[in-house]
Write a protein that binds this ligand. Sequence first.
Ligand code: IVH
Length: 664
Amino acid sequence: MKPQERIAELIDILNEASYRYYVLDNPTITDQEYDKYLRELINLEEKYPEYAREDSPTKRVGGAAVEKFDKVTHQTPMLSLSNVFNEEEIREFDKRIKKEGITPQYVCEQKIDGLSISLIYKNGLLVQGVTRGDGLTGEDVTPNVKTIKSIPLKLTEPIDVEVRGEVFMHKKTLAKLNEEREKEGLPALANVRNAAAGSLRQLDSKVAAQRELDTFIYYLMEPEKFGITTHYDAIMYLRKLGFKTMSETKLVNDIEGVLTFIKRQLELRPNLSYEIDGVVMKHNVFAEQLEIGNTAKYPKWATAYKFPAEEALTRLKDIIFTVGRTGRITPNAVLEPVILMGSTISRATLHNADFVTSKGLKIGDIVAIKKAGDVIPAVTEAIISRRTGKEKDFVMISTCPMCDTSLVKRSGQVDYFCPNDTCPARNINSLIHFVSRDAMNIEGLGEEIVEELYNLGFVKRIPDFYDLKSKKDQILEFDGYGEQSINKILENIEASKERGLARVLFAIGIPGIGSKTAKVLAHRFGNIDALMSRKKEDLENIPDIGNILATNIYEYFQTHQDFITELKNIGINMNEVGGERKENELITNKKFVITGTINDYTRNEIKEILESYDGIVSESVSKNTDVVIVGDSPGSKYDKAVSLNITIWNEDKLKEIFANLDKD
Ligand code: IVH
C-alpha cells in the first residue's frame, strides 16, 4: 500500500475508534491497539508531511503556546437563557407561549454546567472554535478545541455548518486535577465550570489537551439549509454528523411531561459523571420559534429550570487541627454526618483561621454545607437563628497539636506553621510523602506501615528507609511482619534509588515544589549539583518558577546540604533519568532578553526554542544579561544593552543560530 493510502486508512481507523470511545462510549479497540496505530501514523506523517491531513488525530495533541487569543465576532449572537426556579414559573412560561396562539411542544434537555462554544466547519472540516464571550464577540480557541476528543475534526458529510454546544469537565477529572493541584501547593478549583473555562482558555494547548474536556452539542445554526424544521430533528442530524449529543433529550407534548423529565433528572443527577444545574425546555418547531422571538439577551421560546442549590444543614461538632508535612496547620470541621448529593459528609476543610473568623463559626453551630463543584464539601455559613447560646467561640491554637511547639505566622500569609523540624506529625507526613506513588513510589510502604515504623523507632528520617535492611531481624520480632513481605518492601526500597532526579526533588518536600515543577527543574539542570549551585536570580527566571518558589528552592538547598550529601552517599540517583537534554554553547545557561518585533518567529517561539536548550529568557536587561535579541523598532532595552556592552543578535543572526541548531 502507498504511504498516502496507509495514512488515510490509519486516520479513518483512529477517528472511528475515537468516535466510538468518546462519543458513543462504546469502545471497539483496545488502548494498546489504538496506540500502535497512532505510532504508525505519527511515523508516516513525519516521513511524508505532505500527506498529513487536517482531520488527523495527531492534530489533537496541542501545539505551540499563543500569547493571546484573537477576538471573533459571532455571525449570529450567542444568546443566553432566561431562568425559572419553580413549578409556578414553569407554568407561566408555558402560558406565555400559548398566548401567542401556539401549541407548545418541548424538547427537554439537561442544563450542562460548562461553557458554551461555537464550532465552525467548512466542507465538513473543523476550522474554528470560539467561546461565547459576551455573546457578541468571543475568543478564537481553535487549538484548544481540537484537543477535545468528542469534537469531530471531520463530519460525516462535507457541509459548511456552525454548531453550538457546551464544553464541560467531568467530575472525576476535576477531582483528579485538584488532587494534583494540592500536591503542587495550588488552591483547588472551586467547580467544574471554572475548571472547564480555565482549561479552554489555556494559552498553551498542550495544557488544555491534558484537561480531558468533553462536549455536548445542542444547537444547529441555519437548519433550513439542511431541510430541518424542528429542534428535535436538528439534534438527530447533529448526532448523524458525528457530534456527541445528550442521551437525555426528550420530546414532550405538555408541561406535565417537562415536570416528569425534571423529576427524572433530579434522580439521575448524583450518578452522572458530569454536572448539571437544571433542565432546559425548548419549543420544538423552528418556524414558531421565530414567531415567539428573542429578547436582546435570550430566546422567548426556551427557558432553563434551575435546580435549587444542593445544601444541607448539620451541626458543627468540633474544629480540629491537622499538621501537614510542611508544618501548615489546617482547621477542619467535624460535622454530624449528613448526606449531600449521595455521599456522607462528616469532615470539611476550614482552610485557615481567617476563614473560620470571617464566617463567624462557633462550635456547636448549625451550619450550611455545600459541595463546591460537587466535589469538595464546604461550610458556607452558620445559621445564626438556630443558636441556643451554648455555642463555643472558635479559638485558634497557638501551639502545635502534635509537638506543642509555638506556631509561627509568616508576614503576609494567612497560615500558621509548626516550625519544629522534628515535629512527629510533620515527620510522619514527610515520610509518607517521600514513599508515595508520585514521589519515590515505594510499593508496600502504605501510610499505616510508615506510621508504625516511625512509632517503633525504625524510621525517624528519610535516610532511615535505606538502612531498614540492617534492622530486618528486629522488625521481624514485631507482630504482623512476615519475612516475605519485608523482603519485598526492602527490594522496593532498593529499587527506588534509581527513580531519578525529578522524583527525588518532589519527594524530599521542598516547600511549594510539586511533581510538575520538580520535572521542570530536573529537565533543566540534569543533576542536583547543577541545581544547587544556582543563584536565586537564575531560578526566578525559569518559566513556572517565579520569586516565591525560587526563594524556597534556594533556601532549602542552603540549609540541607548535609542531607543531600547523605542521600547521595546512600546511592540515590540524583541525575535526570530518561528525557534527552539539549545543549548548545551559545544558548545553554545563557541569559536572554528579547526586544522589538522579529518577523519570522513569535516571541513565544523564540522563548520556547531557547528554553529547550536551557537558555534563560527574562524581561529586563541587566549586567547579567548575556544576549539581547533585537527586532524591528526595539525599545529602550536596546539602548541599555548597547550602554552595557552586551552581545546583540539581530534577526539574521538569530535565524542563523537557530538554523544550525536543527543540524545538531
Ligand atoms: S441552549 C439560544 N441548551 O446555559 C439558546 N444552553 O444559562 C442557547 N447551557 O449560555 C442556549 N446546557 O452555555 C442550551 N441544553 C442546553 C444547555 C445550555 C447548558 C448553557 C449555555 C447557555 C447557558 C445559559
